[in-house]
Design a protein around this ligand. Sequence first.
Ligand code: FES
Length: 104
Amino acid sequence: AKVTYHLPDGEARTVEVPTGQSVMDGSVRNNLPGIVAECGGSCSCATCHVYLPAGAHAQFDDPTEEELELVEFLEGAQPNSRLACQLIISDQDEIHVEVVDSGL
Ligand code: FES
């Protein structure tokens, strides 16, 4: 899928991310800023915080309890907050995420 990362500095970068990888993988593998992914994708560090645009929730599986609990305590958490390592590419054509500056 084509994933467009709207970066904290206002720039947007679009990259191709293969099925089975996560939105976090796509960012890290392309050296994009903003997603630190300290835990490597095991849903424990919350440094891969992104916002989904309105209506985009249906593109992905619902968050697990674990993810919801982590997101709840994040600075800047919003109802459209997700952890990018839990957003898995399947058959979406186009994905947009807003990368949240984690301050790291
Ligand atoms: Fe650590 Fe997503 S990479 S929670």
